[in-house]
Design a protein around this ligand. Structure first.
Ligand code: AMP
Ligand code: MG
Length: 408
């Protein structure tokens, strides 16, 4: 397919994304990292549990360990021992109970725990006020995790709770895919570094900061380059240097069709574009291809377009390059509180915020100014609502909602 012909129609994202993902190189190298710094990293191997969790049957309550079969409301049971968490009791004498605390191992012979609220203590012992079933208030050994169980498959992106699960089976280190090295290129003669005075005709370089933060959230190693002038040779030389060091290159700006846009031509000369111009709004001038054999993503310069194309295309691509099992964001169908006469030929991604109506039902509110230059629309929003092409939307209709928690 020739993506570069000028008259080519815009590519729908549903076509572009699978094509992009299929063309990506995979990094399979792994490294061992301490659990403390493993969150967000991609597991490099399957992980099997080496022990049962909990390792032994233990009490789920503060109370009394008993033999359930001995229960009788009439009896007063002497308290033969006291077992706190971290201690090991003796076998339970028949006809007695053991004082026990949450997490303490159940003594041999006991099969249930009566919570302390259900006994009447006296100087001779305790009277049990309610009938007792075997296993009541007991956490069985291996109830959470069994020895040999497959905990996680390779390719899983580790959540904070996964780190806890790995720790619960005693691991302190874990094999994860190595970080991707991503070169971040920012183009535009108008750009000024925040923290320095703004000259006439200049704006602050905000995309660099957004994209750096997005890449950091993906645990990428970001290779910064200087701001690239709007010049063909300068663009080519920075791209070539970036390709030497990085696994992937992300650029912003200069990818449209103006005389000052040199990224497309420079990439063409160093490898070539596979994709250019998508049927999405914002984000039409997104480009992807290869620069000296390395994966290249060219994002538009408008801050909202840069963000949207990153989260919809670059993020899945970078996750996929690391063999991540879950590449696509989760979404929900949510009713909207606004109407659209008829959307255009491009699929739209609206900046929306989740609200609650008087009955406690969720609905989506749209930021007034959906222009691709209005960066604050992204900070107002909780996510993106997807409006398919040529679609009329009425208040109460449901749209696909992609929460930012799934995108950044
Ligand atoms: P371009 O894609 O280079 O034509 O840029 C489109 C618009 O985005 C222009 O108004 C640029 O000034 C703006 N823009 C480009 N790069 C950045 C950046 N790094 N930070 C903020 N705005 C930018
Ligand atoms: Mg520009």
């Amino acid at each position: 397919m020739n993506f570069q012909s000028a008259d080519r129609k815009l590519t729908p994202i549903a076509e572009a994304l699978p094509e992009l993902l299929a063309s990506l190189p995979r990094t399979v190298e792994t490294e061992e990292v301490p659990l403390r710094v493993a969150v967000g990293r991609i597991l490099g191997t399957d992980v099997l549990a080496g022990i049962d969790v909990p390792p032994y049957a233990n009490s789920a309550m503060d109370g009394y360990a008993v033999r359930a079969a001995e229960f009788s409301k009439e009896r007063v049971f002497p308290v033969s021992q006291r077992i706190a968490a971290g201690e090991l009791g003796d076998a339970l004498n028949s006809g007695s109970v053991a004082r026990i605390f949450t997490g303490a191992p159940l003594p041999l012979g006991a099969d249930a725990v009566v919570m302390q609220e259900n006994v009447e203590p006296s100087s001779e012992g305790v009277r049990i006020l309610q009938s007792v079933q075997p296993s009541e208030n007991v956490r069985a050994a291996g109830e959470d995790i069994k020895t040999g169980q497959l905990l996680f498959k390779q390719g899983r992106r580790l959540y904070p709770q996964d780190i806890g699960v790995l720790a619960s089976v005693g691991l302190s280190q874990i094999a994860v895919r190595r970080r991707l090295r991503v070169a971040l290129l920012v183009t535009g003669n108008e750009l000024t570094l925040p923290g320095t005075p703004l000259g006439p005709g200049k704006i602050y370089n905000s995309n660099n900061f957004t994209l750096h933060a997005l890449l950091s959230n993906l645990c990428a190693e970001v290779i910064e380059t200087e701001v690239v002038e709007d010049d063909y040779e300068a663009t080519r030389s920075v791209l070539m240097r970036a390709a030497e060091e990085a696994d992937a290159i992300v650029s912003t700006g200069g990818v449209s069709v103006g005389e000052e846009d040199h990224v497309k031509a420079a990439v063409d000369s160093l490898g070539g574009l596979d994709l250019w111009k998508l049927a999405i709004k914002p984000g039409k001038p997104f480009a992807s291809g290869k620069v000296c054999g390395k994966q290249f993503f060219g994002l538009p310069g408008n801050p909202v377009s840069a963000f949207v194309t990153f989260v919809l295309l670059v993020r899945p691509a970078l996750l996929s390059m690391q063999g991540t099992s879950r590449v696509f964001p989760g979404w929900l169908d949510v009713p909207v509180g606004f109407a659209i006469d008829r959307s255009g030929e491009r699929q739209e991604y609206l900046r929306v915020c989740l609200q609650e109506d008087g009955d406690g039902n969720a609905f989506l509110e749209r930021f007034d100014n959906q222009s691709s230059g209005v960066g604050v629309s992204l900070s107002f929003a909780d996510g993106l609502a997807v409006v398919p092409p040529h679609t009329a939307v009425s208040v109460g209709d449901k749209l696909k909602f992609l929460p930012f928690s799934e995108l950044v």
